[in-house]
Write a protein that binds this ligand. Structure first.
Ligand SMILES: Cc1ncc(COP(=O)(O)O)c(C=O)c1O
Length: 366
């Protein structure tokens, strides 16, 4: 029998979450963000599942777009960071991609290129993330240069990225919004602003296009409560089994460094999952897992291929018991990846993108 660890990917849940993103912003079109192999879920399978619904996709780089095209995906694909060198423009054109333009050198390269058909381009403005994009004072001139070259570029949009759309304090988000709104007002530019948190919580940010990513995979990125986010369904369920059980006396340590010590006589289950699969080694004692649909806590440090769990209060659990590290158990019980991420002092994004290729993905469509 094979090692029991695998990631089930629920494509019906993916479609449900995409529809939710669309319903929350009925005046916008939602492109589905599929970068980083669709946040670890498998970009080709996710694109195929979403292609009947989503008018466009977004990825981080040309190589990711090439993978989708090679698999027969035909929808427009936006390169969120644009080109990394001028020679990529040939492929951009050949594959029918859209580009973000965040820097002078990209703008120069685009305007020096002679495409057979103009390339759709989204000008990125830095309203406060201070990562990529033209400062607002320079964005206007960049926009006018693009506008003046209709034989080279088309479908111009302004895009910006929010640093704090997920936060309880709306102050900085509103500062970014005010900047992009003022600029768009002057330019008459259509907008692409909203990531998942802004799609969920900030209708003011809904533009001609939105760019939901993590919510499509069922994760709620918001710090605060949000009614819509309650309808999100987990797409990835990371499943394994208990492969060994032992009883230890009170005071005995478990695992590397003996970090966890049994407070009483305890039953310890060994789960086939470890950091060699991408499960986070920062998971603290007590990090929740579902065993046969019941919550229990990790006991001891995660090792490369195994993790240990305290089964003392689950006397019925034993070798072969079902384990869900996050996602939905067969019983219907759900353990959200967002909750697990808090125990690992990280975010759902890193947990999902971190699941390594040695973990097989099994796709379900209904
Ligand atoms: C430019 C850009 N737009 C949209 C997204 C999607 O963000 P989220 O996954 O929070 O929806 C990302 C992700 O990091 C991004 O970098």
């Amino acid at each position: 029998m094979a090692r029991p660890l695998h990631a089930d990917i629920d494509l019906a849940a993916l479609r449900h979450n995409y529809r939710l993103a669309r319903e929350l912003a009925p005046g916008s079109r939602a492109l589905a963000v599929l970068k980083a192999d669709a946040y670890g879920h498998g970009a080709v399978a996710c694109a195929r599942a979403l292609e009947p619904l989503a008018p466009a996709f977004a990825v981080a780089c040309l190589e990711e777009a090439q993978t989708l095209r090679a698999a027969g995906i035909q929808r427009p694909i936006v390169l969120l960071e644009g080109i990394f060198s001028a020679d990529e423009l040939e492929q951009v054109e050949a594959l029918g991609l859209w580009v973000a333009v965040h820097s002078d050198w990209q703008l120069d390269a685009l305007l020096a290129h002679h495409p057979r058909r103009p390339i759709p381009a989204w000008l990125k403005v830095d309203t406060g993330m201070h990562r990529l994009g033209f400062p607002p004072a320079q964005a206007e001139a960049a926009w006018q240069r693009l506008r003046a070259a209709p034989e080279r570029v088309t479908d111009l949009h302004l895009m910006t990225h929010f640093a704090t759309a997920d936060a309880l304090d709306p102050g900085y988000f509103q500062h970014q919004m005010a900047q992009v709104e003022a600029l768009a007002g002057r330019l008459g530019a259509p907008l692409c602003l909203a990531n998942s948190p802004a799609t969920l919580a900030w209708p003011r940010a809904h533009g001609a296009w939105n760019r939901p990513g993590v919510m499509l995979y069922g994760s709620n990125p918001l710090e605060g409560e949000n009614d819509a986010a309650r309808d999100l369904r987990p797409v990835m369920t990371l499943r394994s089994e208990i492969i060994a059980v032992r009883e230890i006396d009170a005071g005995e340590p478990v695992g590397y460094g003996g970090r966890w010590r049994a407070p009483r006589r305890s039953r310890i289950g060994v789960i086939a999952v470890g950091y060699g699969d991408g499960y986070d080694r920062h998971a603290v004692d007590g990090t929740p897992v579902l065993v046969d649909g019941q919550r229990c806590g990790l006991a001891g440090k995660v090792s490369m291929d195994m993790a240990t769990v305290d089964l003392t209060d689950l006397p019925g659990a034993g070798i072969g018991s079902r384990v869900v590290l996050w996602g939905r158990d067969d019983s219907g019980a759900v353990l959200s990846v967002d909750e697990v991420a808090r125990y690992c002092d990280t975010i759902s994004y890193t947990l999902m993108t971190g699941i390594l290729p040695r973990v097989p993905r099994y796709y379900q469509s209904s």
